[in-house]
Design a protein around this ligand. Structure first.
Ligand code: PHB
Length: 387
C-alpha cells in the first residue's frame, strides 16, 4: 500500500511538473516610452519596430503568447516613468520591462526592478552609469562613450586640432563631453571650450555665437534626437558656422526622422553612430521592407533598431529562461546575433550591446538624405562602464 501511494505521488508530481512546464501562458512585456508631446517619435519608432519583429517572428515563444503593453510618459519624466513601471509590475503583472528613451526615465525604475527582480531591456537611454544601478538592466542601443570615442579618434585623424564640445546638460550629454574630450586629448587635440545647453532649449543662436568665438576648428555635439538635434543642426547651418570654417562631428544629430527636414544644408555632416537606415545588409533590407509594408510613411532610425533588437533579446530570454528574472538575465549575458545594424553581442559584465560603430556622412540618395557609412570601428563595447 505504501509503495502504491509513493508511486502515485511520484506520478502526480511528475505530471504536475510536466504540466507546469508545458502550460502555455501569456507573458506580458511593459514598454515605457514617450508617445505624446514633442518627443512622441520615440514611442512610435519603438512600437513600430516591435510590430515588425512580431510580424516576422510571430507572437509565441515556447507556446507562450507574448503581449506588449505600452505606457506613455510624455518625455523625460522620471516620476511618470516610475509610476508607469509600478502600474505595469503590480496591476498588469508584466514579467519584463522595456523601452526607456531618456536616461532619467531608465534611472527612475532601478529600485523597482531590483525589488521585483524583473529584467528591463533599455531600447535607448544611453548613459553608461545606468547599467550599474541594477543587474536587471540590459541595453540594446548604444552609449555615448561607445560612439563619442570613435568620433574623437576620427576627428583627430582627419585634421581637427581644436574642438569646442556642445552638449545637452544632463547625464548622456556629460558622458559625451567627457568621452569625446578624453579621447580627443589622448590623440593630441585640444578642447578649447565645453558648452552645456539646457535640455529643453530649442533656440541655439546664442550657442552658435559662443562656438564661433571659441577659436575652435570643429564643434562636437550631442543632443537627444528629435526637436533638439533638429534645431541645433539647423542653427549650425543657418548661422554660417560651416562658412566660418568650423567643422561638425556628432553622433545622432542627423537622425533619419529629421534629416530630410534639414535639407541640403545637412549634406556633408559627419557622425559616428551604430545605425544608419541605409546600412547595406540583407537583414537591414528585409527590416526596411517590412517596416515600409506595415508603416509606409515611416523611416527606420536608431530607436527602431534598439527596439527591434530589444524584442529579439526578450524573445531569447523567454525562450531560455521563461519568466524567471534572474535566470533570464544570466541567459542574456554573452548572447550574440546578427542584427540589421551588423553583428552584436551582450557583454556579460556591462550587460550592454557590443557593436560596430560607423563613421557616416550625409549624402543625397535619390529623393532623400541619408547617413552614408564610409568607415567603421569594429566590435566596440561600452567604453564608459568602468569609469
Ligand atoms: C538619453 O537620454 O540617454 C538619450 C536620449 C536621446 C538620445 C540619446 C540619449 O538621442
Amino acid at each position: 500500500m505504501r509503495r502504491l501511494c509513493a508511486g502515485l505521488l511520484a506520478t502526480a508530481i511528475a505530471t504536475f511538473a510536466l504540466g507546469g512546464a508545458a502550460l502555455a501562458e501569456t507573458i506580458k512585456v511593459g514598454v515605457i516610452a514617450t508617445f505624446s508631446g514633442p518627443n512622441a517619435i520615440w514611442g512610435k519608432q519603438f512600437k513600430e519596430a516591435i510590430q515588425v519583429y512580431v510580424a516576422q517572428h510571430g507572437n509565441e515563444v515556447n507556446g507562450n503568447t507574448i503581449e506588449f503593453i505600452y505606457k506613455d510618459v510624455g518625455g523625460p519624466n522620471p516620476d511618470a516613468s516610475k509610476a508607469a513601471a509600478q502600474e505595469l509590475l503590480i496591476r498588469e503583472g508584466v514579467k519584463y520591462l522595456a523601452g526607456f528613451d531618456f536616461t532619467p526615465n531608465a534611472l527612475a525604475v532601478a529600485p523597482l526592478i531590483n525589488q521585483a527582480k524583473v529584467p528591463a531591456i533599455i531600447f535607448n537611454a544611453a548613459t553608461s552609469a545606468i547599467n550599474k544601478q541594477s543587474k536587471y538592466f540590459v541595453r540594446t542601443s548604444f552609449t555615448l562613450w561607445q560612439v563619442a570615442v570613435p568620433a574623437a579618434q576620427w576627428a583627430a585623424k582627419n585634421g581637427a586640432k581644436k574642438v569646442v564640445t556642445a552638449v545637452s546638460d544632463y547625464n548622456p550629454g556629460i558622458d559625451a563631453e567627457t568621452a569625446f574630450g578624453s579621447a580627443f586629448e589622448q590623440q593630441g587635440g585640444t578642447i578649447v571650450e565645453k558648452i552645456r545647453m539646457p535640455l529643453q532649449t530649442t533656440d541655439f543662436a546664442p550657442f552658435m555665437q559662443r562656438i564661433k568665438n571659441s577659436g575652435a576648428d570643429t564643434v562636437f555635439a550631442f543632443l537627444p534626437a528629435g526637436p533638439a538635434t533638429f534645431a541645433f543642426t539647423k542653427a549650425y547651418s543657418e548661422n554660417g558656422l560651416k562658412e566660418a570654417g568650423i567643422g561638425f562631428i556628432g553622433t545622432g544629430e542627423t537622425d533619419e526622422t529629421t534629416i530630410d527636414a534639414l535639407g541640403e544644408q545637412a549634406i556633408g555632416l559627419t557622425t559616428a553612430y551604430h545605425y544608419s537606415d541605409v546600412h547595406t545588409s540583407d537583414l537591414n533590407r528585409a527590416f526596411a521592407a517590412k517596416l515600409g509594408e506595415l508603416f509606409p510613411k515611416s523611416r527606420a532610425n536608431m530607436a527602431s533598431m534598439g527596439a527591434y533588437d530589444g524584442a529579439h533579446l526578450i524573445y531569447k530570454m523567454i525562450e531560455l529562461a521563461g519568466t524567471d528574472g534572474d535566470k533570464a538575465i544570466e541567459a542574456a549575458k554573452g548572447l550574440s546575433w546578427e542584427s540589421p545594424r551588423g553583428p552584436v553581442s551582450i557583454d556579460p559584465t556591462s550587460r550592454h550591446v557590443v557593436q560596430n560603430v560607423y563613421i557616416r556622412r550625409v549624402e543625397r540618395d535619390g529623393g532623400r538624405l541619408v547617413n552614408r557609412e564610409f568607415d567603421l570601428v569594429k566590435s566596440v563595447p561600452d567604453l564608459g562602464f568602468d569609469r
